[in-house]
Design a protein around this ligand. Structure first.
Ligand code: AMP
Length: 266
């Protein structure tokens, strides 16, 4: 089915389970507690440069889901100047994975503090089978298992070109590309006028290292979820962001994670 026949606006993510906050958060509007807002829990996976950040922001925006990027959370900690931040910097600048025991603690704590009743989109976590198992344990306790993996992929040369040309505004987070999406004024953010940065882990050598790590450590996570019966939605990400978003929405629809607006999930 062509994406054009899908009237996206009419749909929102659904969840067959009873939705409740992951931790003991209270509902902001008690009157809604018996008519739970639709929600779904999806892990976004893919090698560096597949577009996980941009695509998850667009999907989260569209469906009102909470978007949690482990990279963003770790970068924020890193730039806080804390001791932990210094430790993170070492791994991140080298393109290595932050050790499981550190990252699991930070990310599961962040997930626990969120109200994910409208859905949860995890971007960049889990990246190892150990992380996936720990996440499963935490979510199982709350009765909120992962329902699908959205798997983005593109040829390695495309990934490399995308990442090495990427420039980011350190203030507002807007992402540019020197060839495909340059700012109006050289190296200056169109939105807030801040000088753009080239992430230390976006150089070719580090990106190759990150892609290798993805094959070695993260691809087994896809197999782990497949074996657990989680739906794997594969999306060819060698296209424009708009096209990839359309493909992702269509994949989510085919995985039966959408329902018409207005219906409750019960
Ligand atoms: P990202 O922005 O997702 O590409 O992440 C940037 C960097 O943060 C990675 O190269 C890792 O060093 C670190 N990182 C992010 N998420 C994880 C994770 N789930 N496990 C280990 N390291 C991570």
């Amino acid at each position: 089915m062509g994406a054009s026949s899908l009237r996206e606006e009419e749909y929102e993510l659904k969840d067959g389970d009873r939705m409740k906050p992951i931790t003991g958060q209270t509902q902001t509007n008690p009157s809604e507690s018996s008519t739970h807002t639709a929600g779904a829990r999806i892990v976004l996976m893919g090698p560096p440069g597949a577009g996980k950040g941009s695509i998850s922001e667009r999907l989260a925006d569209k469906f009102g889901m909470v978007h949690l990027s482990s990279g963003d959370i770790l970068r924020a900690e890193r730039s806080s100047g804390s001791e932990l931040g210094e430790t993170l910097k070492k791994y991140m600048d080298a393109g290595e994975l932050v050790p499981d025991e550190i990252v699991i603690k930070i990310i599961i704590k962040s997930i626990s503090s969120l109200d994910s009743s409208k859905g949860l989109l995890l971007d960049g976590f889990p990246r190892t089978v150990i992380q996936a198992k720990q996440l499963d344990d935490a979510l199982a306790k709350a009765g909120l298992p992962i329902q699908a993996v959205l798997l983005l992929d593109a040829p390695e040369e495309v990934l490399l070109k995308r990442i090495t040309g990427r420039r980011i505004c350190p203030k507002c987070g807007r992402v540019y590309h020197i060839e495909t999406m340059p700012p109006a004024k050289d190296n200056i953010c169109d939105t807030c006028g801040t000088k753009l940065i080239h992430r230390d882990d976006d150089t070719e050598q580090v990106v190759r290292e990150r892609i290798n790590l993805y094959h070695k450590e993260t691809e087994p996570v896809i197999e782990y979820y497949r074996k657990s019966g989680v739906k794997i939605i594969e999306v060819n990400a060698d296209a424009t962001i708009d096209e990839v978003v359309e493909r992702a929405i269509e994949g989510i629809r085919q995985a039966n994670l959408l329902e018409k607006e207005g219906r409750t999930s019960l």
